[in-house]
Design a protein around this ligand. Structure first.
Ligand code: ZN
Ligand code: ZN
Length: 357
C-alpha cells in the first residue's frame, strides 16, 4: 500500500513538472510572437493618415496610480510630436508602442511636473535607430537652461553607454538635447514654431501666472486640428485659438476635490499643505470652465487631462466633473494614460480607443 502511494506521489510530481515545463514553453512562445509583432509593426506606422492624439501622461504633479505626469503625443501624418514629458512619460510611451521613428518634444512651460520625465524620453530616443541629431526640444525662452541642465545631469550616463556599446551604436553626436527656443513677439499672442510635412504648430500665450512664459499649442494637419492647453486658468487667448477645433485637450483641476485635501490638511495640522492646495486653484481651470470654453468655441470634442487631484475611485469622476457635462453636451472624456483619439484626414469623425487596455 505504501509503495502504491509513493508511486502515485512520484507520478503526480512528474505530471506537475511536465505541466510547468509546457506552461513555460508556451509563455516563451507567446513572448517571441509578441516581440516579432511589436518590432515588425510599430503602432504609429499602422495609424491612418490624419491626426492622432495619444495620452502618455494624463495626471499632474500628484502621485497617481492611473495617470503619469503630463505628456501628450501628437502623431500627424508621418511625424510625431510630444508635448511635455512628465514623470513616467518614457515608460508609458514605450508601453504604448510609440517609440520607433524619430520625434521632437515641445514644452509648454518649465514646472517640474512637465519636464521631470525628459531625461528618460531623450535616452529612449537615443537608443532607437536612424538618428541624425540630438533630441530637438522646442519651448519658450528658458528652454535652453532646461536642456543644458538635463545634458549635464546625463553626461556621465551617456559616456558610459558610448563606452559600453561603442560609438557606432550610441554615437555622442545624437545624444543629449538641442534646445529650439522661441519667443512670442511683444504685442502678439502667438507664433508659428514649426511648419513641416504639412504640419503647422502654433504656440499661443496662456494664463499661468506667476509662471511665464507659458504656452499652449495648436496643431493643424490636412484640415484637422487639435489644441493642447498646457497649464492655464481660463484663457481668452486659448479660446481664440481653439475656435472650432476638432479636439480640445484642456487641463482640469477640481476645486471641490482639492478643497477636500485642503480641509483634511487643516484638520490634521498641516497648514503648509493647506496653503498650497489653496494657491494652486488660481492658475488652473475647473472642468466646468473648460466645458464652457468647449461649448463657446463649438469644438468637436473635449478631452480633460492634467487631472488634478488623482481620482482613486471611479465614482469620483462625477464630483470631479461637477456640471461640466451639462455645460458642454458634445463628447467629453476624462483622459487616462493610453488614450488614443483619432481624427482621420478627409472626414469629420473623432474616435477614442486605448493603446493600453
Ligand atoms: Zn502642471
Ligand atoms: Zn504648471
Amino acid at each position: 500500500m505504501k509503495r502504491v502511494f509513493t508511486g502515485l506521489l512520484v507520478l503526480l510530481v512528474l505530471l506537475a513538472a511536465g505541466a510547468w515545463a509546457v506552461r513555460d514553453r508556451i509563455a516563451l512562445r507567446i513572448m517571441e510572437r509578441r516581440l516579432d509583432n511589436a518590432m515588425a509593426h510599430p503602432v504609429a506606422a499602422g495609424l491612418s493618415d490624419g491626426i492622432h492624439v495619444a495620452i502618455c501622461g494624463a495626471g499632474g504633479p500628484f502621485p497617481d496610480h492611473d495617470r503619469g505626469g503630463p505628456c501628450t503625443a501628437v502623431i500627424a501624418g508621418k511625424r510625431m510630436f510630444i508635448v511635455d514629458t512628465g514623470e513616467a512619460a518614457g515608460r508609458t510611451l514605450g508601453r504604448m508602442g510609440l517609440f520607433g521613428s524619430d520625434f521632437v518634444v515641445l514644452l509648454t512651460h518649465f514646472h517640474s511636473d512637465h519636464i521631470d520625465g525628459l531625461g528618460n524620453v531623450a535616452l529612449q530616443r537615443w537608443g532607437g535607430g536612424n538618428l541624425t541629431t540630438p533630441l530637438q526640444l522646442y519651448g519658450p525662452t528658458g528652454v535652453e537652461r532646461v536642456a543644458a541642465g538635463f545634458a549635464e545631469g546625463y553626461a556621465l550616463d551617456s559616456s558610459y553607454r558610448t563606452a559600453h556599446h561603442g560609438p557606432k551604436i550610441m554615437p555622442p553626436s545624437t545624444a543629449g538635447i538641442q534646445p529650439r527656443a522661441f519667443a512670442i513677439p511683444d504685442g502678439q499672442d502667438s507664433v508659428v514654431v514649426l511648419e513641416e510635412d504639412g504640419v503647422k504648430i502654433t504656440a499661443f500665450r496662456v494664463n499661468h501666472g506667476p509662471v511665464g512664459p507659458a504656452v499652449g499649442y495648436r496643431f493643424d494637419y490636412k484640415g484637422r486640428s487639435v489644441v493642447i492647453s498646457g497649464d492655464t486658468a481660463p484663457s481668452p487667448i486659448l479660446a481664440k485659438y481653439a475656435k472650432g477645433v476638432d479636439l480640445l485637450v484642456h487641463e482640469a483641476l477640481s476645486p471641490t476635490l482639492v478643497n477636500l485635501i485642503r480641509e483634511a490638511s487643516l484638520r490634521t495640522g498641516n497648514a503648509k499643505r493647506a496653503q498650497i492646495m489653496q494657491d494652486i486653484q488660481n492658475y488652473h481651470t475647473s472642468p466646468s470652465a473648460a466645458a464652457a470654453i468647449a461649448r463657446d468655441d463649438k469644438v468637436g470634442a473635449l478631452l480633460l487631462s492634467h487631472i488634478v487631484p488623482p481620482l482613486p475611485l471611479k465614482a469620483l469622476e462625477g464630483p470631479f466633473l461637477g456640471d461640466a457635462r451639462k455645460v458642454f453636451t458634445g463628447p467629453l472624456w476624462i483622459a487616462r494614460d493610453g488614450d488614443l483619439v483619432s481624427l482621420p484626414a478627409g472626414d469629420k469623425t473623432i474616435t477614442r480607443t486605448s493603446l493600453l487596455r
